[in-house]
Design a protein around this ligand. Structure first.
Ligand SMILES: Nc1ncnc2c1ncn2[C@@H]1O[C@H](COP(=O)(O)OP(=O)(O)OP(=O)(O)O)[C@@H](O)[C@H]1O
Ligand SMILES: [Mg+2]
Length: 464
């Protein structure tokens, strides 16, 4: 329900308008002077204020000015005496919604208020719709329903509009690019550029001139003034991908830009100020590269104001079926393909070291290989089908009197080593591969358990 405040020193006018507007369904309050009105405005938010211009003490124009400051969204309708249109026009310039001249027709006030409120409601509705639309635009390309991904979505939505720098970390192929783009598209900066720079791909001097630009004559070959990407991105976002690869000299230069919010073109003398939000990404472990002094700690803290960590796909397996179906539709929208249950199970069990990118490639390949409307295990590469070895053995219940942990584990190890060797026909390298173990550790474990010590001449082969 909209609330309306009537301010007039004439009691009859206050009463008349109150009755009229209450009948229209508004909640009405009244004040006999501007000071009283300001007190009420301090207590509640009015949709509309109707005020007489000529009042003793503070007049309607001064009240209008105060309202614009305290409650800028409130609409103010002025009532003015016949013959003082100049003041009314001044009120319009100061931001009044409209004015009516006394004596006025009842309907006129009703219609002005009704239309103004309707317009506001529509605007609010549109703003809401627009925001939802953009929200979908930004996040709908990132598929996921796992709790970890939901919290990633939440951070994106909550922080997209802030100016704070973002650092996105995650293994290769987890979707860092997608997240960076979503942040930009959900922000107020969306109509300004999103400029992506791969910090790992360019040699130092080239990266510097790309980022900061140069003045003509700054170095051989600088034939003209060139804007840097920080300038190109003004008002928008700059995406510094593979930031962990930045060399020490560039780290210092970037730190300076982040600290001062300004920079100079190479060879330039003017400080250039830009309004750019920095979104950085890396698949490196920052704890380690900071510890090893490969990445400056002060720069890390400047970038890591909003940390977004995208977990590897193997830690959010419930997203796999969703992603699989998404890629089926994306790659072959005309084929309405499905994946057999058995095949989906294998896909869910696999470790996906290359994360979503590897899954996407696998599905693309399977689509090419498949002829009917079903993707089966036949269409999966060999190494994925072996993924079942990652399954855990049946669960063991600990009896009341406890177990000998070390013995059980070593029995199990010995058993798996022997089984693998048998499966590999005694070829050690192959047995190690089946166990997803390095050949060195495999050999070490064999000697630890004294398996296959009676070696024949073929060093790679074990006989039993
Ligand atoms: N959650 C997801 N939903 C849909 N597609 C995804 C998702 N995550 C990643 N992808 C897709 O996987 C591929 C790799 O994603 P992206 O390039 O964003 O990864 P990245 O983390 O930037 O990898 P890198 O570290 O190698 O740069 C892209 O084709 C992307 O569209
Ligand atoms: Mg990337």
């Amino acid at each position: 329900m909209h609330s309306i405040l009537i301010v007039d020193d004439e009691q009859s006018m206050r009463e008349f308008l109150s009755i009229l507007l209450e009948k229209e369904g508004y909640a009405v309050r009244t004040a006999s002077n501007a000071r009283e009105a300001l007190q009420l405005i301090g207590q509640q938010i009015f949709s509309v204020i109707i005020s007489d211009i000529k009042m003793p003490g503070m007049d309607g124009l001064q009240l209008l000015e105060e309202v614009r400051k305290i409650s800028p969204d409130t609409l103010v309708l002025m009532i003015t005496a016949f013959g003082s249109t100049d003041t009314a026009i001044e009120a319009m310039k100061k931001g009044a919604l409209d004015y009516v001249i006394k004596p006025f027709k009842v309907d006129k006030i009703k219609i002005i208020i009704r239309n103004a409120l309707k317009k506001i409601e529509l605007e609010q509705e549109n703003a809401l719709l627009r925001r939802e639309l953009f929200a979908r635009d930004g996040l709908d390309r990132i598929i996921g329903k796992s709790p970890v991904m939901k919290s990633v979505f939440e951070i994106i939505q909550k922080t997209a509009d802030s100016k704070s720098n973002v650092l996105i970390t995650g293994e290769s192929g987890t979707g860092k690019d997608l997240v960076a783009q979503a942040i930009h598209r959900l922000s107020r900066r969306k109509d300004h550029p999103f400029v992506a720079v791969n910090c790992g791909a360019l040699p130092e001097n080239l990266l510097e001139s790309e980022l900061f630009g140069y003045q003509r004559g700054a170095f051989t070959g600088a034939m003209e003034n060139k804007k840097g990407l920080f300038e190109v991105a003004d008002g928008g976002s700059i995406f510094l991908d593979e930031i962990g690869e930045l060399n020490p000299a560039m780290q210092v230069k970037l730190l300076r830009v982040l600290q001062n919010q300004e920079f100079r073109r190479i060879g330039g003398t003017d400080d250039i100020q830009v309004d750019v939000r920095v979104i950085a990404a890396s698949n490196q472990d920052f704890d380690r590269i900071v510890e090893e002094k490969r990445f400056r700690e002060d720069l890390y803290y400047r970038l890591n104001v909003i940390p977004i960590e995208i977990p590897p796909l193997r830690k959010r397996k419930e997203d796999i079926p969703l992603l699989v179906n998404h890629f089926l539709k994306k790659v072959a929208p005309e084929r309405s393909l499905t994946v057999t249950e058995d095949c989906m199970e294998r896909l869910c069990r696999y470790e996906w070291k290359g994360n979503v990118r590897e899954l996407e490639n696998t599905i693309e390949r399977a689509i090419v290989l498949s002829e009917g409307d079903r993707i089966t295990t036949e269409h999966l590469p060999h190494h994925i089908l072996e993924g079942q070895l990652f399954a855990l053995p049946p669960k063991m219940d600990i009896p009341d009197d406890g177990i000998d942990f070390d013995r059980i584990i070593s029995d199990m190890e010995r058993d798996l080593l022997t089984q693998a060797l048998a499966k590999a026909g005694g070829i050690k390298k192959e047995a190690a591969r089946i166990l997803n173990m390095s050949f060195r550790s495999f050999r070490y474990k064999l000697s630890k358990y004294e398996i296959g010590q009676r070696e024949d001449n073929n060093k790679e082969k074990v006989s039993f």
